[in-house]
Design a binder for this molecule. Sequence first.
Ligand code: C2E
Ligand code: MG
Ligand code: MG
Length: 650
Amino acid sequence: MSAVSAILLKASFDMAGLIVMGVLIISLVFRKMTKGTTNHLFLASIFAGMIACVFDVLIVVVDSNESSKFWIYFVHIVYLLFHNLQGPLHLFFVISLTDIWHKVRKSLPQKILLMLPYSLLFLLVATDPITNWIFTVDGGYEHAILFDAVYVCLIPYLTADFVYIFQHRKQLGFRRIVSLCSMATLVLIAVIIHVLVPVLRVETFAIAISLLSVSVGVQRPEDYIDSYTGLYKQAAYAFDLKRTFENGKHVNIVMLNIGNYPTIQNMIGYESSIELLQSISARLEMIAKSLKCSCMLYYLDRGRFRMVFNEGDRDKAEMAAEYVMNEFKMRSRFNGFDLNLTPYVVLARCPEEIESFKSLMAFGNDFHDKHPYTGQVMKASEVYNAKDFMIQNNIDTIIERALEKNSFQVYYQPIYSTERGKFVSAEALIRLFDEEHGFISPEILITAAEKSGAIHKIGKYVFEEVCKFISSEEYKRLDLDYIEVNLSVAQCMHSDLANDILATMKKYNVSPDSINLEITETAASYTQRVMTENLNKLSRAGLSFSLDDYGTGYSNMKRVISLPLKIVKLDKSFVDDQHNPKMWIVLQNTVKMLKDMQMEIVVEGIETREMVETFSSLKCDFIQGYFFSKPVCKEDFVKFIISAMETINQ
Ligand code: C2E
Ligand code: MG
Ligand code: MG
């Protein structure tokens, strides 16, 4: 065998490793996995591995020639230093992946553990030409008395790897744990093989394979990188921020929600909207770059972007929030369209201002819908209400507790007939005084309960209470036509709704004309089969329906017409605007249109005598509002109606 063939044979594993790592680097560059600390550390591991491979090949060359002592020392020292660099680099990678830098930095023993073993080995290896403690080269290369230090040095790193991986096993998930552990295990096996069969130079190849396994199992760009914008996507944001909260790390987040993104997307079409997102991402990257600090950029979805800054970069985060607002609130030309974005920007310090991951995600989802657009950066301390989100996050427990302890109550708000000059009905409204959170507004309660599915229990409770009331003797004295009960969208879509309602009415012997069910405009615009079946079944059974909150949503008129509606309730926000001349025209014509369609009209939110007169003169049939009474408990409601009846009779 020629000398060259012998060298190639001996170094074949090294060369295979080199090829694997080369391909890995190319794939990382193509997959845009080159940004951020975790990726930098992973790349550093690959480069260190490649250098170790190259020098392992050179060792074979140097050992098989009559090389000078200098070269033998040089290649062996460089090889050992880069080979052992895998220990700390892999540990740094695990630390970065679990996002516990801030904890490690604060702990002296952990800092020592990170630095000391490799520093000692570095000293030993670098001074070997003088000490000859690691290896000697007199009469050819040979291991010396302290050679085992090369492997002993790896033990603290491998141990720490396993400890950190075990401690953060929940965050990492099964796939990542397997990949990360496989790296340490593979290197361990290779070391054992190398010790037992020194001619098999498999260590660097094992490193290459283990890096490949980490790349497949941990560094999965398709999980984390948005292919259109090149930014990290929602899954990465969720993964990173969950770790942040769990590890007690502090961060500053700039949240950008483009409030009118859905409208713009409809206007400019799919392809242009992707270009728009790309241009926004590019501008955010420019802003991040100009601030010269490490900041993570994410694109979640539906025009929502996030910039996450470290704790110490609060001033940079403040500047970024201002830049972002100023950059996007300007009218701009885009692909021939004149665009007017409505950027909502919130600056949040976590966990000080937003205390949990769940609340952060819930708040970030729709803060742009809940606050008026001002064109100014909003501070989380001003716009985030911790109580609302605590309630949202614990709604199931709150509802269970309320049902158990009987702390729900049904209040009634009287409804006045302008034609008959008396109260003819009432709306049933849920009330909850929770022992921990105090009064919980129905809007928050209902929205959260709809999301969690608990709305059905609330709905059943309210309906049963109303039926009990209607079947009672005291109700009969009130001479009311019916009670209005609210149904939310989720309730309407429940296949058991109609049967449940009819069964409860039967149980309390309540006639169908004593109940009027209110559905909201949003529910009316759904064309769900279950909902239509429910409404038709109830309508056939003789129940009537009201369309609630008319004038607040985008009603699909065709759909509204096709529903079995008896009453339309004009929303408070609609009637509040009566002094606006244009709105007055809309109101007059709406009332006329509904009357022509033989619908009855309830005006909600009437607070003044002037409003009562205005809407009575418009020939609206019913009036409901604080002017007459706020929603009150059953006992007060009974008293109120009786005293009103007495006043009329006098
Ligand atoms: P809604 O059905 O439109 O009920 C009318 C709301 O307007 C009630 O708020 C009532 O207290 C309030 N209101 C009545 N008159 C006036 C007024 O003159 N001025 C002002 N400022 N407000 C007035 P509430 O009780 O807070 O309920 C809010 C919403 O929560 C309801 O709006 C309804 O959509 C929902 N909701 C309440 N109870 C239930 C329930 O039992 N089931 C379902 N599914 N939803 C409910
Ligand atoms: Mg209502
Ligand atoms: Mg309403």
